[in-house]
Design a protein around this ligand. Structure first.
Ligand code: 5GP
Ligand code: MG
Length: 177
């Protein structure tokens, strides 16, 4: 609670905003007129999703799914479960999963499998950040933002034991205080 990890700046809010705009332009090109459902994976994606849809000036819907994968610490607890499911039907709909980060890929693989079984018209992934060095299972990221090194990052929705989600920039945690 009281420990103070050392943070070093990785991506400024301007870099993040430029990336969000770039991703929005790609998504607009592909989904205009399709009324997609954007599904944010909680909690980490809430800020990214909120910023992303402000650049999408066409009809779309927003949903959230919450999974239990990581516990309080930084390592995956291994087993993934749906803690909060969807309110709308995705059968026959164009679905875009919105992720804060693809790390091991286990969460994205799980979500894609879970949603795929519901028979959407299409199913793609948009990830603000990607840590390819840690991948345990392959994930095709259709809309790819920023590549991050093999370091733990916080800010812009991403937490360290629930802290630092509110930082407007993204930082690397250099030590654990
Ligand atoms: P996965 O390992 O399944 O790809 O990622 C699962 C989740 O772990 C992500 O959605 C994110 O919440 C969390 N995670 C993975 N890497 C990081 C990181 O560097 N920083 C933070 N704050 N969370 C991470
Ligand atoms: Mg987390």
């Amino acid at each position: 609670m009281s420990s103070q990890p050392k943070l070093s700046l990785l991506f400024t809010k301007d870099e993040i905003q430029a990336t969000v705009k770039k991703l929005a332009a790609e998504i607009r090109r592909d989904y205009l007129g399709k009324q997609p459902i954007l599904i944010g994976v909680l909690k980490g994606s809430f800020m990214f999703l909120a910023d992303l849809i402000r650049f999408l000036d066409f009809p779309l819907e927003v949903e959230f799914i919450r999974l239990s994968s990581y516990g309080r610490g930084r390592e995956s607890a291994g087993k993934i479960k749906v803690v909060q499911g969807l309110q709308s039907k995705v059968k026959g709909r164009h679905v875009l999963v919105v992720e804060d980060i693809v790390d091991t890929g286990l969460t994205s693989a799980f979500v894609l499998d879970y949603l795929g079984k519901k028979k959407p018209a299409s199913l793609k992934v948009c990830a603000l950040t990607d840590k390819p060095s840690r991948r345990q299972t392959p994930v095709n990221i259709d809309y790819h933002g920023l590549t991050v090194p093999d370091k733990f990052i916080v800010g812009y929705g991403l937490d360290w034991d629930e802290r630092f989600r509110n930082l407007p920039d993204i930082y690397v945690v250099e030590n654990e205080g």
